[in-house]
Design a protein around this ligand. Structure first.
Ligand SMILES: [Zn+2]
Length: 57
């Protein structure tokens, strides 16, 4: 029983770590448009959806 709980904890920890890593990756690679909320690649300086300028945070 203890082994089952431990394995569940390990799976949850791995999933949580992946979610955090994915979020960090998205934050590094993308920038959210302040006007429409669309994710744009960081190299863009205008939103691909509405053309609003993307400012540095
Ligand atoms: Zn936009």
């Amino acid at each position: 029983m203890a082994a089952t709980i431990l394995s569940v904890l390990v799976v949850v920890a791995i999933l949580g770590g992946c979610a955090i890593l994915t979020q960090l990756f998205a934050r590094v690679m993308y920038r959210r448009c302040p006007e429409c909320g669309v994710l744009n690649a960081r190299r863009r300086w205008r939103c691909r959806q509405c053309g609003a300028p993307l400012v540095e945070e």
